[in-house]
Structure formats: C-alpha cells, structure tokens
Design a protein around this ligand. Sequence first.
Ligand code: PLP
Length: 333
Amino acid sequence: MAAFGTQFMPEMALATFKDNTWSAAKKVSSDSIQLHPGAHVLHYASTCFEGLKAFKHDDGSVYVFRMDRNIARMQQSTELLHLPPFPAELLEDMILSSLADVVDEIPAPPSSMYIRPTHIGTEAAIGKAASPSQSSMLYVLLSQVGAYFSGGDTALRLLVEEDTMRCAAHMGMVKSGGNYASAMGPILRARETYRADQVLFCPQGDVQETGAANFILIDGNEVITKSLDSSFLHGVTRDSILTIARDQGMDVQERSLSVKELLERAAKPGCEAALSGTAAVLAPVGTLIHHGEEHTIGSGEPGTTTLKLRQALNEIQWGQREDTHNWLRKVSR
Ligand SMILES: Cc1ncc(COP(=O)(O)O)c(C=O)c1O
C-alpha cells in the first residue's frame, strides 16, 4: 500500500459558509478546490482538521470509531480559531454519506479508511491578520491506510526536549496546521542529531506530548499521563486506552509527570512507554534521549502491556471484542 495518507478516494464531501449561512454538502472531485491566493487560510493559518478511522468487520459491515469525539474536537478547534461555527450534524452527515458511497472500498483490518475532515478560512482578505475569515470551506477527505507498523513493531526513540515548546501554550488543544509547522524544526533537528523518531515536548520539565501523539507511561499496574489542560491535544486514542486500562483494573493516573520522575521510573525493569494516536494506535517507546544521554525504558523492547492494550483497542475497532462503551457507529449503505 502507498505511504500513509497519500492515496485519496476520488470524491469528497464539501460544504461552504458564506453570507452567514452553510450551504448543503455536495460531492466534488477530491483532487482540487478553488481558492483565492489571498485566502485567509494561506496567510493567517485559519485551518483545523481531524483524523479518525472507519473499519470493516468480518460480516462486511462498516463502523466509524468515536466520530462524536472528533466532531466535538473539531468544533472546539473551529471556535478557538474563530472560524465560522458549524453544526455537528452537518459534519456527521458528510462523514457518514462519504463512507456510505465507498463502503466496498473500505479495506479489511489491519487496514482501514482514514477520514480527514478539514475546515479552512477562505475569505480573500490579506488585511485580516487580526480578524476572522467571514467565509470558510469544510470538506472530508478519505484515504485508505494500511497498518502503521507493517514491518513489525520497533520501539521508538524519543528526544526529551525541555527548552522548546511544540506550539504556543494556548493553542495546544487545537488541531491546527500552525502547531505542526512550529514543531517541525525541533523534530527535524532531533532526527538529524540524535536519530530520534520523535520529540517528547516537556516544557520546564513537564512531560506533555510528541509532535503528533500523546505520551503514556506504564509502570507495572500504573498508567500515568498528563491530565487534560489547554496545552496539548486531547487524544481520542489516549482516552480510549485509559478507559480500557481502567476496565482491566489498572491504576490510571491523569496528573503531571516530570522529566525527573519519568527518567527514574524508566530505568526500572518492567517499565514501558507508548505513544497514542489514531494513525499508530499505540506505539511502543524504547529509548529516551536526554541531555545527549540515552535512557533505555525497561528492556528497550516493545512492552507486553502496551501490546496487550493496543490489541484490546484494535479488537473493539475490528468487531472482535464487545464494544461496551458504544464507540462504534454503523455506516448504513
Ligand atoms: C499533537 C497530537 N497529539 C495527539 C494526537 C492523538 O490524537 P488522537 O488519538 O485523537 O488521534 C495527535 C493525532 O492526531 C496529534 O496530532
């Protein structure tokens, strides 16, 4: 299969906001949109997006995972970016009708259909650096994706970064392009200098998240991750993994985690760490690089609890384990 997110379904659903009104959604070709070169998004980054997945079950039926959460997060991003608000039902219908049109092209697990709703400010107004776009475009791209770790699991190497932030502190919970742009430089430097896969942003020693995933520490029966605040993205996978861990009787602690505590715990045998996100689900972390020194987490290999939690989540998504929390929504043809 092609690289993650590079192959798109030929059509997408699109709605536009103009003159204080949302248009009805329509199906358009997914390989082009018309945008004025002075569009607000191209200059002042009025853009937010989402990432969620739909899965095919053994009987051929298709389910989308926790769509309500992603829609709510996109509404929150929209509000924080001062883009025109949209009704949840509009995006929900766009997602479900787009999926219904391509049901037969949704691949079987471990592959899935990745869904990328996007909302951009389209007003042609290059003088509006400090005022919102009065018009916008909402669309839903679909892309077939394979298993993230098709070559098997390898434990990731993370650079622990205490001096740089991923993005402006008040923007962390917004899923907006600008945040990824501001994290790019530190990530590229970490790759080049330390062969790190990702940067774990820990401003002032507070363990936050990486460029595109949440960080979870697993120490025996304890699961530790930063409690929700506006500084980082509130991952749907994070919430799902914590819920499954609680269901399994684990001691889930949403609280501050310092770099000092992280490094102390990491050195203990049996300690594990993982990154959670829609694309990779739960990716094992094996090494932390801090002040040029390498710290192995537990054995340095993918952790057994990490793999067990990931499997539990995958089995719910794939219809192989009971969906006790009603996370799946059936797509009707
Ligand atoms: C910055 C950031 N943090 C966390 C996540 C994980 O969020 P989710 O589990 O909802 O995919 C993502 C992924 O989309 C992300 O980009």
